[in-house]
Design a protein around this ligand. Structure first.
Ligand SMILES: Cc1ncc(COP(=O)(O)O)c(C=O)c1O
Length: 444
């Protein structure tokens, strides 16, 4: 055990003290520096140590740090809400609204309750079940865990969770139907329709999905047509579609929101992480005009609230981050920086244990397999992802490891999601560090 007053994530692990950040680098109190190849956890988009953000937060704090949303709105929250809606698909622009939270899990909780109240406002009081996918993650609070399908993160809390229904993941590298695109005809999307037919469709309220699955599957993107098919099934069955863009939103995949790659119009979009790039705890639910209209026609009051929702200082941070993204044209940079990183990482594919390098924009994953031809994973006990992470840290590079992508338990991958400012040289540093890490974890 290490000595600390903090209730650490892992009592058996020693955590260095981070003292400074600059661009893609983090410095600790022992003078070591680390290249932040995962943006911590796909959070940091504009880079560390951008002074303008702190200044904007200090200015807002000096003006007014807090005003309760039961009594006041604040100028930074109003401004950021309008800016997010302007970036969103067309169905958010004319009459959409934004509900700010302190992070992604609160955004998921808020969306689940919004869905329920939307159906009550619309006279559909039987609808309450929010369907989701196996092998997904939507947050750590109980409602968010209920809709998540991440086996390990759910396991200790199973007795506490509602079970509303999970359908198949969309994961071509380990297809749950053992099929191949396009011959599969998107069986994984049709699984939503199959589920609805077999499980009291009149009680279904919404479907939530990560457009590109982040932590759980290591940047698994859907094939062309998947998102459109899902949107169509939701519309046909009168259920709402929630795009959880906590990881993929705010430019990470090369568009403001990942759903814009497929031109679909979800009823709600969740953001977190990149919306304030880690400078403040902030998340949001973008609510489309159609959902807002049901509240306007109905009670006009959402039975929900957090003391710190739409916090003036956090939304000021969000505005300053968006100013920085726009001024430095960082949304536009993601595609080319993502290609540089993808090209650098693809050199790892010559290693016998690197099965797949995947992803979109600056949300990339590397999966490790025991047998490349069968895609067989390593046994869980081998702890491969964590060992690669540790070996990469020894090389000065930070990654985001996960286990369980194959069946919830087995399957090792690391996620790479660096700041949008990452240079070509830094991409090569990451690839070289991973090559050395692999040599250490899998000695010849
Ligand atoms: C897709 C997705 N949704 C929700 C969350 C939960 O966000 P938070 O950790 O800010 O509560 C995460 C966090 O990793 C996420 O990746």
């Amino acid at each position: 055990m290490t000595s600390t007053a903090l209730f650490s994530r892992n009592f058996k692990k020693a955590y260095p003290i981070a003292v400074r950040g600059e661009g893609c680098w983090i410095f600790d109190d022992r003078g070591r520096r680390f290249l932040d190849a995962a943006g911590q956890a796909a959070v940091v988009s504009i880079g560390h140590g951008v002074k303008e953000i702190g200044r904007a937060m200090a200015e807002q704090s000096a003006q007014i740090a807090f005003a309760h949303t039961s009594q006041f709105h604040s100028a930074p929250a109003e401004k950021l809400a309008a800016r997010l809606l302007a970036l969103a698909p067309p169905n958010f622009r004319d009459g959409g609204r934004v509900y700010f939270t302190s992070g992604g899990s609160e955004a998921t909780e808020t969306a689940i309750k919004l869905v329920r109240q939307f159906h009550l406002e619309s006279g559909q009081k039987n609808r309450f079940r929010v369907l989701s996918r196996r092998q997904s993650y939507h947050g750590s609070t109980l409602g968010a865990m209920s809709v998540s399908g991440n086996v390990a993160r759910r396991a200790p809390y199973e007795p506490l969770m509602a079970e509303w229904g999970h359908i198949a993941p969309c994961f071509c590298y380990h297809c749950p139907f053992q099929k191949t695109f396009p011959q599969c005809e998107l069986a994984c999307a049709d699984d939503l329709q199959v589920f609805l037919l077999e499980h009291e469709p009149e009680k279904a309220a919404a479907f939530i999905f990560e457009p590109v699955v982040g932590a759980t599957l290591g940047a698994a993107s859907p094939p062309e047509g998947y998102a459109q098919r899902i949107a169509e099934i939701c519309r046909k069955n009168n259920i709402l579609l929630i795009a959880d863009e906590v990881m993929t939103g705010m430019g990470r995949t090369g568009k403001p929101f990942a759903v814009q790659h497929w031109n679909i119009e979800p009823d709600m979009i969740l953001v977190g992480k990149g919306v304030a790039s880690g400078y403040a705890p902030l998340g949001a639910v973008l609510v489309s005009s159609r959902v807002v209209a049901a509240f306007e026609r109905g009670t006009g009051a959402f039975m929900h609230g957090f003391t710190y929702q739409a916090h003036p200082v956090c939304t000021a941070a969000g505005n300053a981050v968006l100013d920085y993204l726009e001024t430095h044209k960082l949304f536009d940079r993601v595609a080319s920086a993502g290609k540089n990183l993808g090209d650098a990482l693809s050199t790892l594919l010559s290693h016998p244990c690197v099965g797949d390098v995947r992803g979109v924009g600056l949300l990339l994953g590397v999966e490790f397999v025991k047998d490349k031809s069968t895609r067989e994973p390593f046994p869980k006990a081998d702890n491969v992802a964590e060992r690669v992470r540790q070996a990469a840290v020894d090389e000065g590079v930070l990654t985001y490891p996960s286990q369980g992508c194959v069946d919830g338990l087995r399957g090792d991958h690391i996620l790479l999601a660096p700041p949008f400012t990452i240079s070509q040289e830094e991409c090569l540093v990451i690839a070289r560090a991973l090559q050395s890490a692999l040599a250490k974890v899998f000695p010849a």
